[in-house]
Design a protein around this ligand. Structure first.
Ligand SMILES: [Zn+2]
Ligand SMILES: [Zn+2]
Length: 369
């Protein structure tokens, strides 16, 4: 008994299945109406199957790379403070004392010696001083309509600390390719019908790119969202690390292992690659990403410190944090909300709507009389 064999191809434009029937040399997609020669479909499938699997390969982080390990006498200039409450550990030079934890405001205990700490490759020095933080904080709270009045008058910032937050920085040359499905849609009409014509396109883009200093926060205690809101830092201003930059400031000790940061760096690089490739697909009505493939060989990883001012404030038993990018002066923070003020504003909006409605009705009635 003869068996009928049916080969199924994917439509390059819309992704639907196209069935190949013996004896024909052109195939038409039932869904998007595009017609292909069989060779086109065979080559397209071949291209897809030959696509290399995505590859992000990073060199192992080596503490002796960059500008090397701790030099003679450097560690003896430092001591560390440990918080028993949240486990935070900060490092400062011997002239700088800390009594409270910058993350949770509980007391810290001093350790005379520092060990097991990696020497950073780069540091971005503080550009904004303590005065700039006070000014920015006053401005920050003055604009907040929903802030309880007593918060502004009663409370004071308990502590402001300049902290270097640890970051992993990823450098890599990459090549990326993206497959996109796009359409061009035209509408027109005559006396009888409205017409819509949709043309489907399969768009391929490839590019070689170079990524420099893609940052991933290396601290668990420092909230990722807060830290990402403080970005960007200008990494061109990063200089080789030197303990002298720590005078008067603290440095957080990294607690996110480099291997745990690689996944986030890869995501950032993949997203930027997609955005970049997609931005070149122009002139279509719709564009959908079908796949993005990134190849990275032997990327470099560095360990760096970024400057952040952190101020903790307590209000009615709750801790609020205000932070400022020590380089650019950008600020973020959490503040309490006055529920009565919020209710009044909501009621005000409701009342406003009601009045407008009455006014409108009045006019209408007036017109009818
Ligand atoms: Zn199709
Ligand atoms: Zn703490």
């Amino acid at each position: 008994m003869a068996t009928e064999s049916m080969i199924v191809y994917k439509c390059p434009c819309c992704g639907a299945d196209i069935q190949f029937e013996a004896g024909t040399d052109h195939l038409t997609c039932m869904y998007c109406d595009n017609t292909y020669e069989i060779d086109t479909l065979v080559n397209y499938e071949k291209g897809l199957s030959q696509q290399k699997p995505e590859n992000f390969s990073w060199k192992d982080y080596d503490n002796n790379s960059g500008n090397g390990d701790w030099q003679e006498g450097e560690l003896s200039q430092l001591h560390s403070f440990k918080c028993a409450h949240c486990g935070g550990e900060i490092i400062g030079d011997t002239s700088t004392m800390a009594s409270t934890c910058p993350y949770c405001d509980n007391p810290v205990v001093i350790n005379e010696t520092v060990d097991g700490v990696m020497r950073p490759d780069f540091i971005i020095p503080f550009k904004k001083g303590r005065k700039a933080v006070d000014t920015a904080y006053k401005k920050f709270i003055s604009k907040k309509v929903l802030l309880p009045k007593s918060f502004k008058t009663e409370h004071h910032i308990q502590s402001i600390k300049g902290i270097y937050v640890p970051f992993w920085l990823f450098d890599a040359d990459s090549s990326g390719d993206g497959h996109f499905r796009a359409t061009k849609i035209k509408h027109w009409s005559d006396s009888e019908y409205y017409y819509t014509k949709t043309e489907h396109y399969s768009v391929v883009r490839t590019a070689d790119m170079s990524f420099e200093k893609v940052p991933v926060d290396g601290s668990v205690k420092m909230d990722d969202t807060l830290m990402e809101s403080l970005e960007p830092f200008n990494y061109d201003m990063a200089v080789d690390f030197n303990t002298a930059y720590l005078a008067g400031y603290f440095a957080d000790r990294y607690d996110v292992d480099v291997t745990h940061s690689i996944g986030r760096a890869n995501d950032r690089i993949r997203n930027s690659t997609e955005e970049m490739l997609r931005s070149t697909v122009r002139g279509y009505s719709t564009v959908v990403t079908e796949s993005v493939n990134v190849q990275i060989q032997e990327g470099d990883i560095h360990y760096a410190l970024m400057p952040v001012w952190i101020a903790n404030t307590e209000y009615r038993g709750k801790n609020y944090m205000f932070a400022m990018n020590g380089q650019s002066g950008k600020v973020v923070g959490t503040l309490p909300i006055d529920k009565v003020k919020l209710a009044l504003i909501t009621a005000g909006t409701f009342l406003g709507t009601f009045l407008v409605f009455l006014f409108g009705l009045g006019l209408l009635l007036g017109g009818a009389v």
